[in-house]
Design a protein around this ligand. Structure first.
Ligand SMILES: [Zn+2]
Ligand SMILES: [Zn+2]
Length: 889
C-alpha cells in the first residue's frame, strides 16, 4: 500500500537532521521505494552489497562503501532503471565462532563438552540476537537497499548454492582432498588462508648446528635454523648443485642429532649459496618451501606436532612439550653434545594469525582444495576481453598479480559454524561419497549403510564467492537471476580484491558463464586526520553513528564523498563534517527564503521564454549544463567530482549570486518580472536538489516535497537531463561579464576599506555597443551587487572626474567618483594622525641608529631589524604625505 504523506508547506525554522532523517526513512520504507522487481518495461541496474559480517559494527569503511553504493543506486533509480541493491549478511565463520565461544565461556560452557549440535544451536541464537545490528546501522546511513530481499550466506538458498558448487567442482575434478602444507593456528586450531597471515619482523636467533657426516669421523655439515625444534622432522639437508664447496657431499648420509635417524644430502637449486652456510635443513612437513623440495625429491613428510603445537609421539623424548619448551630443551641437548656451533641474533619475518596474533605453524594436513589453474585462466581472460573492468584501471595489476601467482585454494576449516563439507565416508570401507542432499543410503563399494560426514566446514569466502548469483536464486533459474544478473557494478575496497573479488569472478564465470559484474569500483580506506589507519589498538577509530547522531547522515555522506577519488585513501576531519553541516544549513535557509517569497506572485506551470530576464536565463543555462556534467561524471563513477560541482553550483552560483540578483525584483512593488524570478528560483532549486539527492537524500527529500507538495518523493522523481530549452549561451556570457564587474568593484572597495553601506555612483564605460547593452539589461541587479547609488553606462569618459577610482575588466572600465567612496574630511584627519605617528617612529629609529654606542654594541640582527623599520616607515610616510597633498590641493 502506498501511503501519501501530505507535508506542511513550510520548512521548519532550523535544519535539524535528527527527527527528519528517521521520519523520512520510515516513509521510504512504508512506500516500498527500495523494492525492485522484475520489470520487462525497464532496464535493470543491479548492485550486490558486500555482505557485512553478522558480528560487525558499522565502521567508517562500511559507511564509505555503502554511501557510494547508495549514491549510484539512487542515481540509477531516478534515471528510470529498475534499480536493485541486493543486501545481506555474511556468517563470518571464524569471527562468529570466536564470539560464540567467548559468550559460552562466560557462562562456564566449553565448546567441546556440549558438542557440535548443541554449539550450533547457541551460534544460531547468537545470530538471531545480534545479526541484524549492522543492518539497522546501515539503515541509519540512509541506505536504500531492497531489504525485502535481504539474504544470509547460511540461509537455505545460499547453502543450497554452496552444496551445488562443491559437488559440481568435485565431479569436474576441481575439488580434491590432499595433504598439503597449510598455515595452522595452534590457538584457533584451524587452518587459515595465506591472506589471514600477518608477517611481522621479530627478534629471533639463528642457531648453527653441526650434523655429523655418517662414517667420516669429525666431519660435519653446519646448518642454521630459526626453529631448531623442527629438526625432529628433518628428512634431508640440501645444498645448491653449483656450490663447489659441497659437491663431494651430495648423496652422502648425515646423522640427524637427537633422533637416531639418518638423512641424505641432496642438491636443489632452491638453496641460496650466499645465504648462511649454504646448507639447508629440509623439513617438508613444517615449511612451505621445504614441502616443495620434498615433493621434488620424494622425501618423507614427518609431522612432529600436534594441533596445539605440542610435540607429538614422533618427537621421542620431547613428546608432549610445547614448541617453545621443546626448542629450549633441544638447544640445550645439542649444546651438551657439542653440536651447537653458535647462536646469532637475527631479525626475521614471523607469520602470525591476524585474529589472535599467535605464531602460525606451517603444517602438512589433509585438507580440501580447489584447483585454481583453469579457473584463474578464465578470470584473467575476462579482464583482458573487457568483460570486467576496474575503476580506476590501475587495479587491473593487483587483480592479475594475484591470479598469475595463485595457489590451489585450501577451503576446509576446522570450525563448526559454517557450511559443512558435503563429503561422506563409509564407516565400513572408508569410501568417500560427495553428493547433494545428505548422506547416501548405501555405500557404492561395500553396501554399508553407515556414513560419517566430513567434520570440516568451508572457508567463509567459499559462500561469499557465490553471493552475486546465489542471492538471486541460483542454482534455480529464477526470473530474478535472468533479469538482474550479471550485476552492473561492485563497490569494494582494494584490500579484498584477492579475498573476494577474484573468487566471485572465477566462481561466476565457472557457474553461470558470465562475469558477475561489469565494473569493479574500488575505494580506499578512511584514515584518521593524521593519515593513520583507524584501528582498535590505536583507539583512533571514529564511529559513524556518533557522527550521524551529532550532524546527521547527510553531513556524514557528503563528508565521505568530498574530495573522494576512486582507489585513493582519504582522511577524516571533524572540521569537514562541520563544513558539510554548514552546507546543509545554507541550502535549508536559501530554500526557506524562496518558499517565503513564493506567495508574492502567481507562478505558472510553464514560463514563456520572453518573460525570463537575462539573469533567469543565465542560472537556468547553468543548472542545465550542470545536469549534463554531473551525469557524465557519475556515469564514470567520479562521484567526488560530481558532488563538488553540485556543491559549488548551489553555494556560489545559486545562493551567492542568483538569489542576490533577484532580491531587488522580489522587494520592489513595481517589478513586473517577479513571477519569472520565482518560477526560476523554484525550477532551479528543484533540479539542484535532484542532482544532490543521491548524496544527501534526507534534506533534499524534505525540501523538495515541501516545495512541491503535489510530488510524492524526490527519490522517484526523474533525473534532470540536459535540454535545448534551457540552453542560453548568450545570457551565460553576459552575466559572467557583469559578475566580473561586480568582483572588480568589490576588490577596489575592499582595498580602500569602503563599507558596503556606503554607496557610490558607478560609470560603466565601453566602446562596444553589445557590452553596454549587457549592463543595460542587468542594471537592476548590477546596481545592488556593485553597491551602486546609480549606474551610468556610456561609450566614453565624458563627465567622469579626474580623481575617480577605476577598475578595468575585459572590454570595459568602471569608474567611481573618489569623493563618493571616501569622506574626504575624515580621510584627511586620519592621514594627519598617521603622519604624526610615523614622525615619532622615525625619530625613535633615527635616534637609535645615530647613536654610536648602540651601533657598536648591539647585535647585528638587532641593527638590521631597526634598519628595516626605518625603510618601512620612510616608505609609509611618503605614501601618506602624497595622499594628503592630493586631498588638500
Ligand atoms: Zn588463531
Ligand atoms: Zn563402504
Amino acid at each position: 500500500m502506498k501511503r501519501r504523506i501530505i507535508m506542511s508547506k513550510e520548512l521548519a525554522k532550523t535544519y535539524d537532521p535528527k527527527g527528519l532523517e528517521e521520519r523520512l526513512y520510515q516513509k521510504w520504507m512504508d512506500n516500498g521505494y527500495f523494492h525492485a522487481k522484475v520489470n520487462p518495461d525497464k532496464k535493470p541496474f543491479t548492485i550486490v552489497m558486500p555482505p557485512p559480517n553478522v558480528t560487525g559494527q558499522l565502521h567508517m569503511g562500511h559507511a564509505l562503501d555503502n554511501t557510494m553504493q547508495d549514491i549510484i543506486i539512487r542515481f540509477k533509480r531516478m534515471q528510470g532503471y529498475e534499480a536493485l541493491w541486493q543486501p545481506g549478511t555474511d556468517h563470518a565463520a571464524i569471527a562468529t565462532e570466536v564470539k560464540v565461544i567467548e559468550k559460552l565461556k562466560e557462562q562456564g560452557i566449553d565448546k567441546d563438552e556440549i558438542g557440535r549440535e548443541e554449539f550450533l544451536k547457541h551460534a544460531w541464537a547468537w545470530k538471531e540476537e545480534y545479526g541484524s545490528r549492522i543492518i539497522n546501522q546501515l539503515k541509519k546511513l540512509g541506505s536504500s537497499a531492497d531489504w525485502e530481499r535481504e539474504r544470509f550466506t547460511m540461509d537455505e538458498g545460499c547453502s543450497k548454492a554452496v552444496e551445488e558448487v562443491f559437488v559440481k567442482l568435485y565431479e569436474k575434478g576441481y575439488i580434491y582432498k590432499g595433504s598439503r602444507i597449510i598455515n595452522w593456528c595452534p590457538v584457533c586450531q584451524t587452518s587459515i588462508s595465506d591472506a589471514e597471515v600477518l608477517h611481522e619482523d621479530q627478534e629471533g636467533h639463528f642457531w648453527h648446528i653441526n650434523y655429523p657426516v655418517v662414517g667420516e669421523e669429525g666431519k660435519y655439515v653446519e646448518i642454521a635454523t630459526t626453529r631448531p625444534e623442527t629438526l625432529l622432522g628433518d628428512t634431508a639437508v640440501a645444498v645448491n648443485p653449483e656450490d663447489e664447496r659441497y659437491t663431494d657431499l651430495i648423496g652422502k648420509m648425515l646423522e640427524l642429532p637427537l633422533t637416531g635417524r639418518q638423512i641424505p644430502v641432496i642438491a636443489d637449486a632452491y638453496v641460496d649459496k650466499e645465504f648462511g652456510t649454504g646448507c639447508v635443513k629440509i623439513t617438508p612437513a613444517h615449511d612451505p618451501n621445504d614441502f616443495e623440495v620434498g615433493k621434488r625429491h620424494n622425501l618423507e613428510e614427518i609431522c612432529i606436532m600436534n594441533d596445539d603445537a605440542t610435540i607429538n609421539e614422533l618427537g621421542g623424548k620431547y613428546a608432549g612439550m610445547d614448541r617453545y619448551e621443546a626448542r629450549k630443551a633441544i638447544v640445550k641437548d645439542l649444546d651438551d653434545l657439542g653440536l651447537l656451533v653458535k647462536v646469532v641474533p637475527h631479525m626475521h619475518a614471523v607469520g602470525t594469525h591476524d585474529r589472535c596474533k599467535t605464531t602460525v605453524e606451517p603444517m602438512v594436513k589433509q585438507q580440501w582444495f580447489v584447483r585454481m589453474d583453469e579457473m584463474a585462466k578464465e578470470a584473467i581472460r575476462a579482464l583482458e576481453d573487457g568483460e570486467l573492468t576496474f575503476v580506476p584501471e590501475r587495479f587491473d595489476k593487483t587483480y592479475l598479480h594475484w591470479l598469475e601467482n595463485i595457489r590451489d585454494w585450501c577451503i576446509s576449516r576446522q570450525l563448526w559454524w559454517g557450511h559443512r563439507i558435503p563429503a561422506y565416508y563409509c564407516d565400513e570401507c572408508g569410501e568417500v561419497v560427495v553428493r547433494r542432499g545428505g548422506a547416501p543410503e548405501k555405500c557404492p563399494k561395500c553396501g554399508c549403510t553407515h556414513f560419517t560426514q566430513d567434520e570440516d566446514t568451508l572457508d567463509t569466502w567459499f559462500s561469499s564467492a557465490l553471493w552475486p548469483f546465489s542471492t538471486l536464486g541460483w542454482p534455480d533459474k529464477t526470473p530474478e537471476l535472468e533479469y538482474f544478473y550479471p550485476t552492473d557494478v561492485l563497490v569494494t575496497g582494494y584490500d579484498i580484491i584477492f579475498f573476494w573479488v577474484i573468487r566471485m569472478v572465477f566462481s561466476g564465470l565457472e557457474q553461470t558463464g558470465k562475469a558477475p559484474f561489469h565494473h569493479v569500483l574500488i575505494h580506499g580506506l578512511v584514515r584518521d586526520s593524521q593519515g593513520r589507519k583507524m584501528s582498535k589498538s590505536l583507539g583512533n577509530g571514529i564511529d559513524p553513528l556518533e557522527v550521524i547522531d551529532k550532524y546527521g547522515a547527510d553531513a556524514l555522506r557528503l563528508t565521505l564523498m568530498t574530495g573522494n577519488a576512486p582507489g585513493n585513501d582519504m582522511r577524516f576531519y571533524w572540521e569537514r563534517v562541520e563544513a558539510s553541516r554548514n552546507f546543509a544549513n545554507k541550502i535549508w535557509n536559501a530554500s526557506r527564503f524562496i518558499m517565503m517569497n513564493l506567495e508574492k506572485a502567481e507562478i505558472p506551470e510553464q514560463m514563456p521564454k520572453e518573460s525570463l530576464t537575462q539573469a533567469d536565463k543565465w542560472i537556468l543555462s547553468k543548472v542545465n549544463a550542470l545536469a549534463k556534467d554531473v551525469t557524465d561524471n557519475m556515469e564514470k563513477f567520479e562521484l567526488g567530482i560530481a558532488v563538488q560541482k553540485v556543491y559549488d553550483f548551489i553555494w556560489e552560483e545559486f545562493c551567492d549570486w542568483y538569489i542576490e540578483m533577484v532580491k531587488p525584483r522580489l522587494y520592489s512593488d513595481t517589478d513586473t518580472t517577479k513571477a519569472a524570478a520565482l518560477w526560476t528560483l523554484k525550477a532551479v532549486l528543484g533540479n539542484a536538489l535532484k542532482l544532490l539527492h543521491p548524496y544527501m537524500p534526507f534534506i533534499t527529500e524534505e525540501i523538495y516535497c515541501t516545495l512541491n507538495p503535489q510530488e510524492e518523493s524526490i527519490m522517484i522523481a526523474s533525473w534532470p537531463e540536459w535540454t535545448a530549452e534551457w540552453d542560453f549561451a548568450a545570457e551565460e556570457t553576459a552575466v559572467e561579464v557583469i559578475k566580473e564587474a561586480v568582483r572588480a568593484i568589490r576588490n577596489v572597495r575592499s582595498s580602500m576599506n569602503v563599507p558596503p553601506s556606503r554607496k557610490a555612483k558607478v560609470f560603466v564605460v565601453s566602446e562596444k555597443e553589445e557590452v553596454r547593452s549587457i549592463f543595460e539589461d542587468g542594471k537592476v541587479f548590477f546596481a545592488t551587487l556593485g553597491y551602486a547609488s546609480e549606474v551610468v553606462i556610456q561609450a566614453d569618459k565624458a563627465g567622469i572626474g579626474e580623481d575617480a577610482v577605476s577598475a578595468v575588466i575585459h572590454e570595459a572600465v568602471l569608474y567611481m567618483p573618489f569623493a563618493e567612496l571616501v569622506d574626504i574630511e575624515k580621510e584627511i584627519e586620519r592621514l594627519k594622525k598617521e603622519e604624526e605617528r610615523l614622525t615619532k617612529e622615525l625619530a625613535r629609529v633615527n635616534g637609535m641608529l645615530g647613536n654610536e654606542k648602540f651601533v657598536s654594541r648591539a647585535p647585528e640582527a638587532k641593527i638590521a631589524e631597526e634598519k628595516a623599520k626605518l625603510a618601512k616607515y620612510t616608505d609609509m610616510m611618503n605614501q601618506v604625505q602624497e595622499r594628503l597633498a592630493h586631498l588638500t590641493k
